[in-house]
Design a protein around this ligand. Structure first.
Ligand code: NAP
Length: 388
Protein backbone atom coordinates (compact mmCIF):
# COMPACT_ATOMS: atom_id res chain seq x y z
CA UNK A 1 0.00 0.00 0.00
CA UNK A 2 1.54 3.32 -0.97
CA UNK A 3 1.71 6.08 1.63
CA UNK A 4 -0.30 9.24 1.01
CA UNK A 5 2.69 11.14 2.31
CA UNK A 6 5.51 12.06 -0.01
CA UNK A 7 9.20 11.47 0.57
CA UNK A 8 10.94 14.49 -0.88
CA UNK A 9 14.16 13.88 -2.78
CA UNK A 10 16.86 16.30 -1.68
CA UNK A 11 20.24 16.82 -3.32
CA UNK A 12 22.90 18.58 -1.26
CA UNK A 13 25.91 19.64 -3.27
CA UNK A 14 29.09 19.73 -1.22
CA UNK A 15 30.08 17.49 1.69
CA UNK A 16 31.51 20.18 3.94
CA UNK A 17 30.11 21.43 7.26
CA UNK A 18 27.29 23.42 5.60
CA UNK A 19 26.26 20.36 3.59
CA UNK A 20 26.24 18.04 6.60
CA UNK A 21 24.39 20.49 8.83
CA UNK A 22 21.78 20.85 6.06
CA UNK A 23 21.37 17.07 5.94
CA UNK A 24 21.04 17.04 9.73
CA UNK A 25 18.39 19.78 9.63
CA UNK A 26 16.39 17.76 7.07
CA UNK A 27 16.75 14.65 9.24
CA UNK A 28 15.57 16.51 12.33
CA UNK A 29 12.61 18.05 10.47
CA UNK A 30 11.18 14.65 9.55
CA UNK A 31 7.75 13.80 10.90
CA UNK A 32 5.24 11.07 10.19
CA UNK A 33 3.89 13.18 7.31
CA UNK A 34 7.15 14.60 6.04
CA UNK A 35 10.22 12.65 5.04
CA UNK A 36 13.33 13.28 3.02
CA UNK A 37 15.69 11.09 1.01
CA UNK A 38 19.01 12.89 1.02
CA UNK A 39 21.69 12.48 -1.65
CA UNK A 40 24.89 14.37 -0.94
CA UNK A 41 27.07 15.00 -3.96
CA UNK A 42 30.76 15.76 -3.51
CA UNK A 43 33.45 16.58 -6.07
CA UNK A 44 36.30 15.01 -4.08
CA UNK A 45 36.68 11.33 -3.21
CA UNK A 46 36.46 12.23 0.50
CA UNK A 47 33.85 14.20 2.49
CA UNK A 48 34.04 16.90 5.24
CA UNK A 49 35.23 19.87 3.16
CA UNK A 50 37.08 22.49 5.20
CA UNK A 51 37.15 20.24 8.28
CA UNK A 52 39.59 18.11 6.28
CA UNK A 53 41.28 20.73 4.09
CA UNK A 54 40.87 24.00 6.00
CA UNK A 55 41.25 23.45 9.74
CA UNK A 56 44.83 23.83 10.91
CA UNK A 57 46.48 20.48 11.74
CA UNK A 58 47.59 21.74 15.16
CA UNK A 59 43.91 22.37 16.07
CA UNK A 60 42.66 18.75 16.08
CA UNK A 61 39.83 19.48 18.54
CA UNK A 62 38.02 21.51 15.86
CA UNK A 63 38.08 18.43 13.62
CA UNK A 64 36.14 16.31 16.11
CA UNK A 65 32.95 17.73 14.57
CA UNK A 66 33.50 15.01 11.93
CA UNK A 67 32.00 12.58 14.49
CA UNK A 68 28.72 14.50 14.13
CA UNK A 69 29.01 14.19 10.34
CA UNK A 70 29.56 10.43 10.63
CA UNK A 71 26.40 10.11 12.68
CA UNK A 72 24.41 12.06 10.09
CA UNK A 73 25.83 9.84 7.33
CA UNK A 74 24.72 6.68 9.14
CA UNK A 75 21.03 7.66 9.02
CA UNK A 76 19.11 5.44 6.58
CA UNK A 77 17.86 8.39 4.51
CA UNK A 78 21.39 9.59 3.67
CA UNK A 79 23.61 8.64 0.71
CA UNK A 80 26.96 10.16 -0.29
CA UNK A 81 28.00 10.23 -3.94
CA UNK A 82 31.67 11.24 -3.95
CA UNK A 83 33.79 11.97 -7.02
CA UNK A 84 30.84 13.65 -8.74
CA UNK A 85 31.38 17.22 -9.87
CA UNK A 86 28.63 19.77 -10.37
CA UNK A 87 28.89 21.35 -13.82
CA UNK A 88 31.03 18.48 -15.13
CA UNK A 89 29.53 15.12 -14.21
CA UNK A 90 26.08 16.49 -13.49
CA UNK A 91 24.43 19.79 -14.34
CA UNK A 92 22.38 21.98 -12.08
CA UNK A 93 19.52 21.60 -14.57
CA UNK A 94 19.62 17.79 -14.21
CA UNK A 95 19.62 18.10 -10.43
CA UNK A 96 16.73 20.55 -10.49
CA UNK A 97 14.75 18.18 -12.67
CA UNK A 98 15.57 14.99 -10.74
CA UNK A 99 15.16 16.28 -7.18
CA UNK A 100 12.42 18.09 -5.32
CA UNK A 101 14.99 20.29 -3.59
CA UNK A 102 18.60 21.15 -4.42
CA UNK A 103 20.81 22.82 -1.80
CA UNK A 104 24.16 24.20 -2.89
CA UNK A 105 26.72 23.95 -0.09
CA UNK A 106 29.73 24.48 -2.31
CA UNK A 107 31.60 26.92 -0.08
CA UNK A 108 33.98 29.61 -1.24
CA UNK A 109 37.20 28.16 -2.52
CA UNK A 110 38.68 30.99 -4.56
CA UNK A 111 41.21 33.10 -2.66
CA UNK A 112 40.59 36.83 -2.97
CA UNK A 113 43.33 38.89 -4.55
CA UNK A 114 44.84 42.14 -3.37
CA UNK A 115 44.84 43.56 -6.89
CA UNK A 116 48.29 45.13 -6.49
CA UNK A 117 51.35 45.09 -8.74
CA UNK A 118 53.53 42.00 -8.37
CA UNK A 119 50.82 39.69 -7.07
CA UNK A 120 51.55 37.31 -9.94
CA UNK A 121 55.18 36.76 -8.88
CA UNK A 122 56.26 33.24 -7.90
CA UNK A 123 55.83 32.39 -4.20
CA UNK A 124 52.98 34.85 -3.74
CA UNK A 125 50.19 32.50 -2.73
CA UNK A 126 46.65 32.90 -1.51
CA UNK A 127 45.47 31.08 1.59
CA UNK A 128 43.18 29.17 -0.78
CA UNK A 129 46.36 27.56 -2.17
CA UNK A 130 48.59 27.42 0.90
CA UNK A 131 46.12 26.01 3.45
CA UNK A 132 44.95 23.05 1.30
CA UNK A 133 48.61 22.40 0.44
CA UNK A 134 49.49 21.64 4.06
CA UNK A 135 46.18 19.82 4.55
CA UNK A 136 46.63 17.23 1.74
CA UNK A 137 43.87 18.52 -0.54
CA UNK A 138 44.38 16.48 -3.73
CA UNK A 139 44.18 19.59 -5.96
CA UNK A 140 47.01 21.32 -4.09
CA UNK A 141 49.56 18.58 -3.47
CA UNK A 142 51.61 19.94 -6.37
CA UNK A 143 51.43 23.60 -5.27
CA UNK A 144 54.88 25.14 -5.58
CA UNK A 145 55.86 26.40 -2.14
CA UNK A 146 59.40 27.66 -1.57
CA UNK A 147 60.41 28.00 2.09
CA UNK A 148 64.08 28.77 1.46
CA UNK A 149 63.88 32.46 2.50
CA UNK A 150 64.27 33.71 6.08
CA UNK A 151 61.18 35.95 6.28
CA UNK A 152 57.58 35.32 5.25
CA UNK A 153 54.78 37.88 5.14
CA UNK A 154 51.12 37.00 5.68
CA UNK A 155 48.53 39.58 4.64
CA UNK A 156 45.25 39.88 6.58
CA UNK A 157 44.29 40.05 10.24
CA UNK A 158 41.88 37.12 10.38
CA UNK A 159 42.01 33.61 11.75
CA UNK A 160 43.17 32.15 8.43
CA UNK A 161 46.15 34.53 8.41
CA UNK A 162 46.84 33.39 11.96
CA UNK A 163 46.65 29.69 10.97
CA UNK A 164 48.99 30.25 8.03
CA UNK A 165 51.48 32.24 10.12
CA UNK A 166 51.41 29.69 12.94
CA UNK A 167 52.07 26.78 10.58
CA UNK A 168 55.06 28.67 9.17
CA UNK A 169 56.27 29.77 12.60
CA UNK A 170 55.82 26.62 14.63
CA UNK A 171 58.72 24.27 15.16
CA UNK A 172 57.76 21.39 12.82
CA UNK A 173 58.40 18.86 15.58
CA UNK A 174 55.22 20.27 17.15
CA UNK A 175 53.42 19.15 13.96
CA UNK A 176 54.77 15.59 14.08
CA UNK A 177 51.78 14.21 16.03
CA UNK A 178 49.25 15.98 13.76
CA UNK A 179 47.69 14.98 10.43
CA UNK A 180 49.58 17.70 8.50
CA UNK A 181 50.36 16.57 4.93
CA UNK A 182 53.54 14.48 4.75
CA UNK A 183 54.87 16.53 1.82
CA UNK A 184 54.28 19.78 3.72
CA UNK A 185 55.87 18.50 6.91
CA UNK A 186 58.96 17.44 4.97
CA UNK A 187 59.19 20.94 3.44
CA UNK A 188 58.53 22.67 6.78
CA UNK A 189 61.34 20.65 8.36
CA UNK A 190 63.71 22.01 5.70
CA UNK A 191 62.32 25.55 5.97
CA UNK A 192 64.72 28.47 6.50
CA UNK A 193 61.89 30.78 7.53
CA UNK A 194 62.39 32.10 11.06
CA UNK A 195 60.48 35.40 10.93
CA UNK A 196 56.82 35.59 9.99
CA UNK A 197 55.08 38.95 9.85
CA UNK A 198 51.28 39.17 9.80
CA UNK A 199 50.17 42.52 8.39
CA UNK A 200 46.71 43.94 9.00
CA UNK A 201 45.68 47.05 7.11
CA UNK A 202 43.63 48.47 9.99
CA UNK A 203 44.16 48.81 13.75
CA UNK A 204 44.22 46.13 16.48
CA UNK A 205 40.63 47.09 17.36
CA UNK A 206 39.54 46.19 13.82
CA UNK A 207 41.29 42.82 13.63
CA UNK A 208 39.16 39.82 12.65
CA UNK A 209 41.19 37.44 14.85
CA UNK A 210 39.21 35.83 17.64
CA UNK A 211 40.40 35.80 21.26
CA UNK A 212 40.82 31.99 21.68
CA UNK A 213 43.16 31.94 18.66
CA UNK A 214 45.12 34.93 19.99
CA UNK A 215 45.39 33.32 23.43
CA UNK A 216 46.90 30.22 21.83
CA UNK A 217 49.85 32.15 20.41
CA UNK A 218 51.85 32.59 23.64
CA UNK A 219 51.56 28.83 24.16
CA UNK A 220 53.82 28.13 21.17
CA UNK A 221 56.81 26.44 22.74
CA UNK A 222 59.49 27.39 20.27
CA UNK A 223 58.26 30.70 18.86
CA UNK A 224 58.24 34.23 20.27
CA UNK A 225 55.25 36.37 19.33
CA UNK A 226 55.57 40.15 19.04
CA UNK A 227 53.03 42.96 18.85
CA UNK A 228 54.11 46.56 19.22
CA UNK A 229 52.82 47.73 22.66
CA UNK A 230 52.39 51.25 21.28
CA UNK A 231 49.89 50.01 18.66
CA UNK A 232 47.90 48.30 21.43
CA UNK A 233 48.06 51.34 23.76
CA UNK A 234 46.83 53.58 20.93
CA UNK A 235 43.99 51.16 20.17
CA UNK A 236 43.01 51.05 23.86
CA UNK A 237 42.92 54.86 23.89
CA UNK A 238 40.73 54.91 20.78
CA UNK A 239 38.24 52.34 21.99
CA UNK A 240 37.99 53.97 25.41
CA UNK A 241 36.28 56.85 23.59
CA UNK A 242 33.55 54.54 22.30
CA UNK A 243 30.11 54.63 23.98
CA UNK A 244 30.14 50.87 24.35
CA UNK A 245 32.91 48.31 24.00
CA UNK A 246 31.77 44.89 22.83
CA UNK A 247 32.91 41.91 24.88
CA UNK A 248 34.66 40.24 21.92
CA UNK A 249 36.63 43.40 21.21
CA UNK A 250 37.60 43.74 24.88
CA UNK A 251 38.80 40.11 24.93
CA UNK A 252 40.74 40.53 21.69
CA UNK A 253 42.54 43.65 22.84
CA UNK A 254 43.34 42.09 26.19
CA UNK A 255 44.76 38.98 24.48
CA UNK A 256 46.89 41.21 22.24
CA UNK A 257 48.04 43.35 25.17
CA UNK A 258 49.23 40.20 26.96
CA UNK A 259 51.13 39.08 23.86
CA UNK A 260 52.74 42.52 23.52
CA UNK A 261 53.85 42.49 27.17
CA UNK A 262 54.77 38.82 27.36
CA UNK A 263 58.31 37.92 28.39
CA UNK A 264 60.03 36.59 25.27
CA UNK A 265 61.84 33.26 25.20
CA UNK A 266 64.62 34.61 22.94
CA UNK A 267 64.21 31.73 20.50
CA UNK A 268 65.03 31.88 16.80
CA UNK A 269 61.44 31.61 15.54
CA UNK A 270 59.58 34.91 15.56
CA UNK A 271 55.99 35.75 14.67
CA UNK A 272 55.12 39.44 14.56
CA UNK A 273 51.69 41.01 14.14
CA UNK A 274 51.87 44.47 12.59
CA UNK A 275 48.81 46.67 12.23
CA UNK A 276 47.97 49.69 10.07
CA UNK A 277 50.08 48.32 7.23
CA UNK A 278 48.45 48.20 3.79
CA UNK A 279 50.29 46.33 1.03
CA UNK A 280 50.74 48.44 -2.10
CA UNK A 281 53.27 46.59 -4.25
CA UNK A 282 55.13 43.31 -4.40
CA UNK A 283 58.56 43.48 -6.01
CA UNK A 284 60.84 40.84 -7.42
CA UNK A 285 62.40 39.46 -10.57
CA UNK A 286 60.11 36.54 -11.42
CA UNK A 287 59.86 35.68 -7.74
CA UNK A 288 58.84 37.78 -4.75
CA UNK A 289 61.75 39.59 -3.06
CA UNK A 290 60.10 42.51 -1.28
CA UNK A 291 56.70 43.86 -0.31
CA UNK A 292 55.95 47.54 0.10
CA UNK A 293 53.39 48.89 2.56
CA UNK A 294 51.71 52.21 3.18
CA UNK A 295 51.45 53.12 6.85
CA UNK A 296 47.84 53.79 7.78
CA UNK A 297 46.49 55.70 10.74
CA UNK A 298 43.14 55.92 12.48
CA UNK A 299 41.69 59.40 12.32
CA UNK A 300 38.22 60.30 13.56
CA UNK A 301 37.34 56.61 13.67
CA UNK A 302 38.42 56.08 10.04
CA UNK A 303 41.49 54.31 8.71
CA UNK A 304 43.41 56.55 6.32
CA UNK A 305 46.73 56.27 4.51
CA UNK A 306 49.68 58.39 5.59
CA UNK A 307 52.51 59.42 3.27
CA UNK A 308 54.83 56.97 5.05
CA UNK A 309 55.78 53.65 3.54
CA UNK A 310 58.01 50.77 4.57
CA UNK A 311 59.07 47.58 2.92
CA UNK A 312 59.97 44.08 4.00
CA UNK A 313 62.46 41.85 2.19
CA UNK A 314 60.71 38.52 1.87
CA UNK A 315 60.73 35.42 -0.27
CA UNK A 316 57.18 34.27 0.56
CA UNK A 317 53.93 36.20 0.71
CA UNK A 318 50.66 34.50 1.62
CA UNK A 319 47.49 36.55 1.31
CA UNK A 320 44.67 35.53 3.66
CA UNK A 321 42.08 38.16 2.83
CA UNK A 322 38.96 36.08 2.31
CA UNK A 323 37.40 33.84 -0.30
CA UNK A 324 34.87 33.94 -3.12
CA UNK A 325 32.55 31.24 -4.42
CA UNK A 326 33.38 29.71 -7.76
CA UNK A 327 30.88 29.91 -10.57
CA UNK A 328 28.83 27.01 -11.89
CA UNK A 329 26.76 27.06 -15.04
CA UNK A 330 23.29 28.03 -13.91
CA UNK A 331 24.22 30.16 -10.90
CA UNK A 332 25.33 33.75 -10.79
CA UNK A 333 27.83 35.22 -8.34
CA UNK A 334 27.26 38.50 -6.54
CA UNK A 335 29.93 39.94 -4.20
CA UNK A 336 31.67 36.55 -4.18
CA UNK A 337 28.52 34.66 -3.13
CA UNK A 338 25.93 32.67 -5.05
CA UNK A 339 23.12 35.18 -5.69
CA UNK A 340 20.33 34.39 -3.26
CA UNK A 341 17.63 35.88 -1.11
CA UNK A 342 17.91 34.49 2.43
CA UNK A 343 19.17 31.20 0.95
CA UNK A 344 16.74 30.89 -1.94
CA UNK A 345 18.42 30.92 -5.36
CA UNK A 346 15.56 30.14 -7.78
CA UNK A 347 12.80 27.55 -8.27
CA UNK A 348 13.75 24.56 -6.07
CA UNK A 349 17.40 25.60 -5.67
CA UNK A 350 18.76 26.88 -2.35
CA UNK A 351 22.18 27.76 -1.02
CA UNK A 352 23.78 27.56 2.41
CA UNK A 353 27.10 28.14 4.20
CA UNK A 354 29.89 30.28 2.78
CA UNK A 355 28.38 30.07 -0.72
CA UNK A 356 25.29 31.82 0.74
CA UNK A 357 26.62 34.33 3.25
CA UNK A 358 30.28 34.70 2.28
CA UNK A 359 33.38 33.46 4.11
CA UNK A 360 32.45 34.34 7.67
CA UNK A 361 31.89 32.50 10.90
CA UNK A 362 33.18 29.35 12.49
CA UNK A 363 32.12 25.79 11.57
CA UNK A 364 29.17 25.93 13.98
CA UNK A 365 27.80 29.05 12.25
CA UNK A 366 26.83 26.77 9.36
CA UNK A 367 24.44 24.91 11.64
CA UNK A 368 22.12 27.84 12.28
CA UNK A 369 22.53 28.97 8.68
CA UNK A 370 21.50 25.53 7.37
CA UNK A 371 18.62 25.27 9.84
CA UNK A 372 17.26 28.56 8.49
CA UNK A 373 17.55 27.36 4.89
CA UNK A 374 15.80 24.07 5.67
CA UNK A 375 13.00 26.00 7.42
CA UNK A 376 12.63 28.05 4.24
CA UNK A 377 12.54 24.90 2.10
CA UNK A 378 9.88 23.31 4.30
CA UNK A 379 7.75 26.47 4.17
CA UNK A 380 7.93 26.41 0.38
CA UNK A 381 7.01 22.69 0.24
CA UNK A 382 3.86 23.52 2.20
CA UNK A 383 2.87 26.24 -0.26
CA UNK A 384 0.47 25.31 -3.05
CA UNK A 385 2.44 24.99 -6.30
CA UNK A 386 1.99 27.55 -9.06
CA UNK A 387 3.28 26.82 -12.58
CA UNK A 388 6.70 28.43 -13.12
P1 NAP B 1 38.36 37.27 7.77
O1 NAP B 1 38.14 36.87 9.18
O2 NAP B 1 37.28 37.98 7.05
O3 NAP B 1 39.70 38.15 7.71
C1 NAP B 1 40.14 38.68 6.50
C2 NAP B 1 41.21 39.72 6.77
O4 NAP B 1 41.72 40.14 5.50
C3 NAP B 1 40.71 40.96 7.49
O5 NAP B 1 41.66 41.36 8.45
C4 NAP B 1 40.62 42.00 6.37
O6 NAP B 1 40.84 43.31 6.78
C5 NAP B 1 41.79 41.56 5.51
N1 NAP B 1 41.70 42.09 4.15
C6 NAP B 1 40.67 41.98 3.28
N2 NAP B 1 40.98 42.60 2.11
C7 NAP B 1 42.23 43.11 2.29
C8 NAP B 1 43.09 43.85 1.44
N3 NAP B 1 42.74 44.21 0.21
N4 NAP B 1 44.30 44.24 1.94
C9 NAP B 1 44.67 43.89 3.18
N5 NAP B 1 43.90 43.18 4.03
C10 NAP B 1 42.68 42.79 3.57
O7 NAP B 1 38.67 36.01 6.85
P2 NAP B 1 39.52 34.69 7.09
O8 NAP B 1 40.69 34.91 7.97
O9 NAP B 1 39.72 34.14 5.73
O10 NAP B 1 38.50 33.74 7.88
C11 NAP B 1 37.25 33.36 7.31
C12 NAP B 1 36.32 32.88 8.42
O11 NAP B 1 36.77 31.61 8.91
C13 NAP B 1 36.30 33.82 9.61
O12 NAP B 1 35.00 33.92 10.12
C14 NAP B 1 37.22 33.15 10.61
O13 NAP B 1 36.97 33.46 11.95
C15 NAP B 1 36.93 31.68 10.31
N6 NAP B 1 38.07 30.86 10.76
C16 NAP B 1 38.01 30.41 12.05
C17 NAP B 1 39.07 29.67 12.54
C18 NAP B 1 39.01 29.20 13.96
O14 NAP B 1 37.99 29.33 14.61
N7 NAP B 1 40.08 28.65 14.49
C19 NAP B 1 40.17 29.39 11.75
C20 NAP B 1 40.19 29.87 10.45
C21 NAP B 1 39.11 30.62 9.96
P3 NAP B 1 39.64 44.34 6.90
O15 NAP B 1 38.92 43.96 8.15
O16 NAP B 1 40.32 45.64 6.95
O17 NAP B 1 38.76 44.16 5.68
Amino acid sequence: MSSKYKTYKVAIIGAGPAGYFTAQAFQKAQTYELSFAIDMIERLPTPWGLVRSGVAPDHPKIKTVSKVFEKIAKEPNFRLFANVELGKDISLKDLRDQYDVVVLATGASKGRKLGIKGEGLANVLTSAEFVPWYNSHPDYVQTQVDLSCDTAVVIGAGNVAMDVARILAIDPIELDPTDVAEHALAKLKQSNIRTIIICGRRGPEHAAFTAPELRDLPKLENTDVFIDSKQIEDAIKRISELDEIEKDLKNNIEAMRLIAEQQKKAVARKLEIKFLSAPVEIKGDGKVAEIVFTVNKVEGGKVVATKDTFSVKTGLVVTAIGYDSIEYPGVSIESGRISNIAGHVEHNVYVTGWAKRGPTGVIGTNKSDSNDVVDLVIESLKEPKTSE
